[in-house]
Design a protein. Structure first.
Length: 200
């Protein structure tokens, strides 16, 4: 796995551009002038979650749950495929993270922004798979690049949304879902390969 492959895989799942409408919705439910604080919290917590799971996830799988990475690849691949199909057909992914009421920027930054929107199960599995196949350097670089890009988008979210418009953001989000579905299928095939093709 190359650096570009690792970055693109995580970028497709986090989907910074496709999530712009969600981020705008969240910004409307934070106290005046504090939406950027919520975004900063989301990026920081999201990076911490993915780094922690990337480096401790395998040990947790092996010693706590006694399952192999191939099992997680199968489960994660199926999950990504369901998420992609659900979002492509019904668009319910966005509805699942919509919030009502006014919350502190720290609350919104942690939930729902950091988890499950940005550092959800799909992103966790992707980072762990990148670590296993490409090494820790590629996992760290992918997380840094994707969340760095995400922070820039959050920083200038309103002008970006005005330039792109709702239609373009929706189209980009749907295209990203196709990549997510493809990644899900690839992870499923990799998991099956361990059981049916790899020598015992």
């Amino acid at each position: 796995m190359s650096y570009i492959e690792a970055i693109l895989a995580l970028f497709a799942i986090v989907d910074p551009v496709g999530n712009i409408p969600i981020l705008l919705h969240v910004a409307e439910h934070t106290p005046n002038g504090q939406s950027q604080k919520a975004f900063n919290v989301a990026v920081g917590v999201g990076v911490l979650i993915l780094l922690s799971f990337s480096f401790a996830g395998n040990a947790i799988l092996n010693h706590v749950f006694h399952i192999h990475l191939a099992d997680l690849q199968l489960a994660g691949g199926i999950l990504l495929l369901i998420i992609a199909i659900d979002h492509l057909i019904f668009g319910s992914l966005r509805r699942s993270v919509m919030i009502e009421g006014t919350f502190s920027p720290y609350e919104i930054g942690c939930v729902p922004l950091a988890c499950p929107l940005l550092a959800g199960p799909g992103a966790m599995v992707t980072c762990l798979t990148t670590l296993e196949k490409g090494g820790p350097e590629k996992a760290i670089v992918a997380i840094a690049v994707v969340f760095g890009t995400l922070w820039l988008i959050m920083r200038f979210i309103r002008p970006i949304h005005r330039i792109l418009g709702k239609l373009v953001c929706t189209v980009i989000s749907k295209v990203m879902c196709l990549f997510i579905a493809s990644i899900g299928v690839h992870m499923i095939m990799s998991g099956l390969q361990y059981y049916f093709i790899a020598p015992k």
